[in-house]
Design a protein around this ligand. Structure first.
Ligand code: HEC
Length: 116
């Protein structure tokens, strides 16, 4: 008997249905990094970087409010690069999903959240 879905697809679908924010993380495929923020980061950090969903509810795995300029301005680019590459607690490592140069290019996008 043929399985309904190949096992890997089935696992991905199960992760999506369970709303697991880590298991179905896409790889950066080139193009607009703002788009990648929406696809890969916003599920935890919020579309506008404030750690809230579109209904204004606090997201469980946000960890940091990028729109809080007082806090964000105290953070160093190099520390943010390290967290994006290596991960930290619930923040997944992205070194297998983005090239080092792309991680660097994410910094101005993160800085812009606080500038608004
Ligand atoms: C599964 C949820 C999740 C996803 C997906 C995620 N993050 Fe995070 N991120 C977190 C959490 C939680 C923290 C706080 C980690 C800590 O300090 O314990 C964090 C912290 C960070 C920090 C450090 C903030 C600080 O404390 O100074 C940066 C930078 C960051 N994330 C960028 C990103 C980017 C860029 C993406 C997408 C490419 C992303 N994150 C995707 C959960 C997530």
């Amino acid at each position: 008997m043929r399985p309904f879905l190949p096992p890997t697809l089935f696992l991905a679908a199960a992760a999506l249905m369970a709303g697991d924010p880590v298991k179905d993380l896409p790889k950066f495929q080139g193009g607009d990094l703002n788009r990648y923020w929406a696809d890969a980061c916003a599920r935890c950090h919020g579309v506008t970087g404030n750690g809230r969903d579109n209904n204004g509810r606090q997201l469980p795995d946000a960890g940091f409010d990028f729109t809080d300029s007082r806090k964000a301005n105290r953070k160093k680019d190099s520390d943010w690069v390290k967290v994006m590459q290596e991960g930290k607690d619930k923040m997944p490592a992205f070194k297998d999903k983005m090239a080092a140069e792309e991680v660097q290019r994410m910094i101005p996008i993160l800085r812009k959240f606080a500038a608004k």
